[in-house]
Ligand binder design. Sequence first.
Ligand code: NG6
Ligand code: CA
Length: 495
Amino acid sequence: MHRRTFLRLSAGASLAQSASKPNIVLIYADDIGYGDLGCYGARRVRTPNIDALAARGLRFTDAHSSSATCTPSRYSMLTGEYAWRKKGTGVLPGDARLIIEEGRPTLASALRGAGYKTGVVGKWHLGLGNGDLDWNGEIKPGPLEVGFDYAFLLPATGDRVPCVYVENHRVAGLDPADPIRVAYGKPIGDEPTGKKNPEKLTTHPSHGHDMAIVNGVSRIGYMTGGAKALWVDEDMAGVMTAKAVAFIEQHRSSPFFLYFATHDIHVPRLPHKRFRGKTPMGPRGDAIVEFDWSVGEVLRALDKHGLTRNTLVLVTSDNGPVVDDGYKDGAVEKLGDHKPAGPWRGGKYSQFEGGTRVPLIARWPERIRPGVSKALVGQLDFIASLGAIAGVARPDSARDSVDVSKALLGSSPEGRVSLVEHARGLAYREGGWKVIAPNAGPRVNASTRTELGNSPQAQLYDLASDPGETRDLAAAQPERVRAMLQALEKIAGPQ
Ligand code: NG6
Ligand code: CA
C-alpha cells in the first residue's frame, strides 16, 4: 500500500515536473509580417517547417510585438515594461550603450532563477557597454550582465556597423593586429563609403545606407579594421543557426531557454545561394525561405535529442513587414499579389495594425493542443507568462507584463483585456476596438511608402468588422473615443 502510493506520487511528481518546466525556445524573426508565412495565408512563398509547427501548435491571430520597430519591441519583451515609458529605447545606432540597466530582471534572468540555462543567439540591438565601447577589448555590460549564460550576437542590425559577431565578451575571430574602429559621426580616415565609391558596391542602397562598405554592401555608420572578423551576409543564417543548435545540444540535459533572434528577413537581404531564386519575390521572399530553414534546423535538433515533447517553441517577429527598407533588392517590383501584412493596414513603423500584429506560434506537444487562438497577447507578456509556466513570480519591474499563460497554452481563449500599441505615438486596443491617439507625425513614410496611421485627430476603428482600418468612426462615436483615450491616459499619461 505504502509502496503503491509512493510509486503513484513519484510518477505524478515527475510528470508535473517535466510538464511545468519545459525547455523554451523563442525564435524571433526580424521584420516578418503577419502575411509572410504559409500558415498565415502566404502563397508566393512556402514555409513548410513553420507550417508544420503551426499544425502541431497554437497559432495566434491577435498577437503583438510591443512596438513597430526593433529596439523597443526587444526591450519590452525582455523587461516586461512598455518601451515608450523609457527614453532612449528607439532604434539604436550600433555604438549605443546597453539600455537595460544591469541588475534589472529580464526574461532571461527570471528563467535563470527558475533553474534554466539561458542563451541568446542572433540580433541584439539593445546596445553594449557603458558608452565609448572599445570593440577590441572586453565588451560589457551586455547580455551576460542581464541574465544570459551565453551570447553569440549580431550587435545591432545587419545594416549597421560593426559588421562582426560578438561571442560572450569578445568580437569573434578578431585579430589584435587589425583593430576595429567604429564611428557614427564622420568616416574614419579615407575609408571608402557607399556615397563616395558606389563602384565598389554589389548591393546598392535605395535610401540611407551609404556609409561603410563591408562585403560589397554599404551600411549605416563607419568602420575600419577587423578584416578577419567581418561577417559574410550570405553565411549569417547558417552561422547563427549552427550556434543555436549547438546551444541546444550542450544544454539538452538541463532545462534551457534559448532566445534565437534571426537576422532574416531584415535588410540587407542576402540569403545564401541555396535559397536564392526559391520564390518569385526576389531576396525578400528567399529570406523568408531561409528563415523557415533555420526554424526547421532548430526543430530537427530538438527531435534528434528527444526534446520535442517537452519544449515550448515560440515563433514570432519583432515588428511588422516592410518592403523597401533601404536597398535596391527588387522587393517592391517582385511583390506581386503577396500581402506582407496579411489583412492588416500599414507595416513596420506604422500605428495601423500592420505595425505590431505579427505571427505567433506556440508548440509544446506535452501541453498545448493544436488550434488557432484569437486571444489578445503581447510579447511583453512573455516574462510574466513564461515565468508562470516555469514557476517564477513576475518581477515587480516587469509592470506591464500580464500572465497570459492560459492563452499561450490554449487552456483559455482569453488573453489580455487591453493593449497599448506603439509606433511613433500610441494606440489603444480593447477587444476589437482600437483608438489611435492624435499624433503629429507624417501620414506616409516617404522612403518605405508605409502608411503610418498618424493623424492630428484621434481615429477609431472597429477591427471586428473593419480589419483594414478603412472607416474612421471617431466622429460617429465621440463617447467611445473619449472613454478609450481616458483608459490609455491611465496607463500612459496624457498624450
Ligand atoms: C532605419 C533604417 C532601416 C532599418 C531600421 C531599423 C535607414 C534609412 N533606415 O533607420 O533600414 O535599419 O532603421 O530596423 O537608415 S529595425 O528592424 O532594427 O527596427
Ligand atoms: Ca525589425
